[in-house]
Design a protein around this ligand. Structure first.
Ligand code: NI
Length: 169
């Protein structure tokens, strides 16, 4: 496993639409292993492949609390089959927009279909933090960031702040 560099705004790669994966093979699993290690190192709770510069429809996630055992999850070619009409705001952050947090309103529950680490098809209901996180990560596959839901002013400010931090680093 190896750490990968996490791209941050305004890197144009983050705006790319990711392509479906043909096959869950050892090469893809190696990418997922690297992504998970990179996410834990950051640290974060979710990461899409495009955030490490790979335009494939792959997401890793771990929603375990700090005192819980690790619970890595892998989503290949995820699709939302159903989303609740009910929505709920949640204060989101993103490893590609470091140190910026703001509320985004999303459906409270979704039903998902995806391939897991072994390439098996899974259909699963998500709610709570899981629902927030999978919708946030799936937006990355379309080149959408959570700051894209904010006002133009807030978005511009967020990008300017990240740029300034990058210069200072
Ligand atoms: Ni993100």
């Amino acid at each position: 496993m190896a750490l990968r560099e996490i791209l941050v705004v305004p890197d144009p790669v983050l705006k790319q639409v990711s392509q479906p994966v043909d096959k869950v093979d050892d090469e893809l699993r190696a990418l997922m292993d690297d992504m998970l290690e990179t996410m834990y190192d950051a640290p974060g709770i979710g990461l899409a492949a495009i955030q490490v510069g790979v335009a494939k429809r792959v997401i890793v996630m771990d929603l375990a609390g700090p005192d819980e055992d690790k619970a890595p999850r892998y989503f290949v070619n995820p699709e939302i089959l159903w989303a609740s009409e009910e929505t709920q705001p949640y204060e989101e952050g993103c490893l590609s927009v470091p140190d910026i947090f703001d509320e985004v309103e999303r459906p409270t529950q979704v039903k998902l279909k995806y391939l897991n680490y072994r390439g098996e098809e899974v259909i699963e209901d998500a709610e709570g933090l899981f629902a927030v996180c999978i919708q946030h990560e799936m937006d990355h596959l379309e080149g959408v960031l959570f700051i894209d839901y904010l006002s133009r002013l807030k978005r511009d400010r967020a990008v300017a702040k990240v740029k300034k931090q990058a210069r200072a680093a």
